[in-house]
Design a binder for this molecule. Sequence first.
Ligand code: MN
Length: 206
Amino acid sequence: MAFEAAPLPYDYDALEPSIDEQTMRIHHGKHYQGYTDKLNAALEGTKWADQPIEETLKNLDQLPEDKQTAVRNNGGGYLNHGVFWTIMSPSGGGTPTGELATAIDETFGSFDQFKEQFEAKAKGQFGSGWAWLGYAPGKGLHLHGLPNQDAPALHGHYAILGIDVWEHAYYLKYQNKRPDYVSAWWDVVNWDEADRRFREAKAQMG
Ligand code: MN
């Protein structure tokens, strides 16, 4: 069964003014669809086509060498964006909720300190990539700046919350002003979904 691009769970213009409609249309309809199509092309007819992509990325070295780069990039792109659409919402913003709120305070001292460190990762990521809040057993919550479409799953981490800082995610509206995009992004963060992912991570990984 082929991987399918998940529909956007809100309208293309729903994240305005933080993220503009045209960016969302191209990002979801072209970039995300492109990663999905290329992932399917790379895995077509192999046993990995039917395996959760997280598992495949965790065990990338078991793939034929000539498929590893395509799956790392496009499998990561498929997975990362699938998370990204859901951890944003037109009714997002505010502060963390539930168990995640408590864990952020315990790990980073306060929400403001977390925000500062997360923003530093997002703004400081050289070139294309993502900033992630991840979870791993023994490690707990931690921040991770990852290049290109490298997914937290590559490192055995569960993605809780991430921001796409590829230029395709913000350039039409913000041009070279990535920090303005990062600041505006907080207004659309879906904290309930991030909390749900955190609880799911702990349930799955311990
Ligand atoms: Mn993207």
